[in-house]
Design a protein around this ligand. Sequence first.
Ligand code: F6P
Length: 344
Amino acid sequence: MRVGILTGGGDCPGLNAAIRAVVRKGELVYGDELIGFHDAWDGVRERRFTELNVSSLRGMLPKGGTMLGTRRGSPYDRADGVQEVLATFKEMQLDALVVIGGNGSLSVACKLHAEHALPIVGVPKTIDNDVVGTDMTFGFNTAVQIATDAIDRLHTTAESHDRVMVVEVMGRHSGWIATYAGIAGGATAILIPEQPFDIEAVCAQLRSRHERGRYASIVVVAEGAEPLEGTMNRRDKVYDEFGHVRLGGVAETIANAIEQLTGFESRMVLLGHIQRGGTPTAFDRVLSTRYGVAAIDAVHVEAWGQMVVLRGGEIITAPLADTVGQTRPVDMHLYHEVAAVFFG
Ligand code: F6P
């Protein structure tokens, strides 16, 4: 078969490992011809691609980012975008396309399959871990490890100065990174998009620590966290070219508010894209490899319109349609019954 691969949306650690797995099994087991499209759907529309084989993937397993490049945006955003994708399928005689992406890319994949019967298989990735239908996306474990390492370092400086450190992590719609890194890093409070926060309650937790002689605290906040209506001034929203709110900076507002309301010296740290960069953890290398192998197997049973997912430790396939238009919220039992035990 002639199988195309693209990586779309924000990059994350493990993308190269997933590409490598598709190529390895595709070439050596199935005798496929593999084509990597550059820059997500742009490369498909513009027929910018590279031939992939086992030797071209040498050394890619531990490398972060994506060797194919990635972009946000969709062929549906352009007047002739979808026609260009269809023309590429026809002229390049593509038998299948493996789309490795988050909610945006997987939705586009689903729509193209539903409307034009394109032979597409999806692979879920994102550090945010917010794809519905799978227990975990790859990239998430690495982001949590990076955030946890940062929090560990912040503890020692916070303790030396008796300060509150407000650490902002990624998580646009879901507080997965904040919750996991907050638990792993011993946070005093974890603020997530799923649960509007009350700054007074956060300050009460910090004061109660002070009363117990614990003068240093870590507050972990997901970039998408919002204050309870009417409790704090919200920042004006700024949008990027794809209409997504540009996030980042809520930690500064929170650190200032904490300092004002409690008098405790506070600092903020914004981890930003550091969480997406660099080498994947062993866990993410294994998960992305399993996904890649399963994706090329799915291609060979013609599981079109499906994505590979992790469920209870097993990799299976599930309809792309099940994930479209949704984001997977954090496990609120984990948040309330485990993380919250350590708040304050
Ligand atoms: O890929 C998901 C994500 O990392 C979100 O957590 C974050 O809000 C967003 O991407 C940042 O996007 P960009 O890289 O376009 O600034």
